[in-house]
Design a protein around this ligand. Sequence first.
Ligand SMILES: [Zn+2]
Ligand SMILES: [Zn+2]
Length: 283
Amino acid sequence: MTNHTWHVGELKITKLFEQIFSLPAVKLYPEVTEEQLQHFADGMTRESPLAMSVHSWLVESPQGRFLIDTATGNGKSRPFSPMFDQLNSPWMDNFLATGLRPEDIDYVLHTHLHTDHVGWNTRWDGERWVATFPNARWVIPEGEIAWYQTPESVPRAIIFADSVQPLIEAGKVATITDNGGEYLPGIHFLPTHGHSISHMSIAFASAGQIALFTGDVMHSKLQVSHPELASVFCRDKTAAHHARTWLFDYAIKHQATLFTVHFSGSAVGQLSPAGEGAIWTEM
Ligand SMILES: [Zn+2]
Ligand SMILES: [Zn+2]
């Protein structure tokens, strides 16, 4: 597969594709109505498939080379999720096709720590899980790490054990407080909590333009026109709805280019206002 790239200011941004699968609309959005689906696409029903992509983003900038989340990874045991269990995807081939090597990554920034966002953090060296990007510094919202110390996280403990803990033990992790803020000049973590406990979106400002990495604030274009719809994966539906409308306002005000994670198509676009939601213009 050829990687697709975009330019925002001085940033070169590349989509690193992992896999695409589909779910019936009603599985992803249990509360979705036929009326909302009809409004979204003619003939669509609650049983119609919605395509979901999993990918991550590579940002090459004068400040360094960044990965924004690291997809699901290969060879990880995920017994709770057939879509993600023991994957053997071409993600690393796609990364190497950019001409970079794992040693070239300076930073890995995380929106949150779900299984489909952290997997390539580590690889199996024959004895243990080690950092895939040996020279990188990982930056993680501190509440996302703290959640994995709570009883609620126990069914997902394996994710932290194989994809985050080895990096902490190797001294490679920095944290961002739940209030977010500027990590490097022009690179801001924006609190968009709700989908997960301390979820962040990440904005890169460059030459007067903004690239906005949304994380899992939304999962498909259906939520652009209907931000009130919560996905089955969202922990706090009210907070997630608030985060969506807040992020839409931010994106429209700054004319940001959005880089989403689970949208089908390019997954890149801009928003313009429309009633309670927004209109998506794909780029
Ligand atoms: Zn998520
Ligand atoms: Zn996700």
